[in-house]
Design a protein around this ligand. Sequence first.
Ligand code: HEM
Length: 237
Amino acid sequence: MAIKNLLVLAVFLSVLGGSVANSKGLDLNYYKHRCPDAEAIVRRVTVQYINGPWWPVPLGRRDGRISRKSEVNLPSPFAGIAALKKNFFDKGLNTKDLVVLSGAHTIGISNCGLINSRIYNFTGKGDFDPSMNPSYVRTLKKRCKPTDFRTSVEMDPGSVKKFDSHYFNIVSQKKGLFTSDSTLLDDPETKRYIDTQVATAGSSFNKDFSESMVKLGFVEILTGNKGEIRRKCAFVN
Ligand code: HEM
């Protein structure tokens, strides 16, 4: 199975609906009771396929019955550091969470469409984003021709299939794929974190990532009678 599918599966499994077992709304070992195989599957994907860390995540988010695109407020890959920090703060996440969680771009791909303007027409004059490494721009241009909006592009070239701190090396070399990656060099706190991970080969990255992921799991959870516990994981009741 492709890594992408495995990740989608892992994320899907990790957000399946569930009961409220503690005051904060999530519970450790939740799936032992409800979907017994789920934790084992996610653990296998994370550890075996991408060599990632494993940590106890409280699970069992209650599900809403509808999903509206207009209500989703995901950060933009074109955003600068101020907008990203605000986006995270608004969800109760801090600057450290921002840089740590951006490290998830150690795996996965995007496509030429999302970087077209960055490498071909940054200010409307046929130029590229000056915050990018010029030789990396040349490499990207070979892969992404001006009218190509589809071809895939790796987010952590050189280590795309492994969960490690290599993403921070890439960003520090001005090879961040999106503006939202490159701009992590524009803030003293995020830059310091990147420099430290590069200097120490990611000494604290796995631990930091685990902690921030647990925080991320508590963002805007439904508690009490809001939402519902699905009788069948993949369907509203
Ligand atoms: C800081 C703000 C973030 C921005 C602006 C951002 C933006 C993006 C974009 C535009 C893509 C490419 C999607 C596509 O082309 O289909 C992407 C991919 C991805 N992002 Fe993020 N992201 C952010 C934070 C995160 C976080 C917090 C995580 C997880 C903890 C994450 C995990 C991933 C993964 C795993 C992929 C690869 C998906 C694949 O290979 O299909 N990102 N991100």
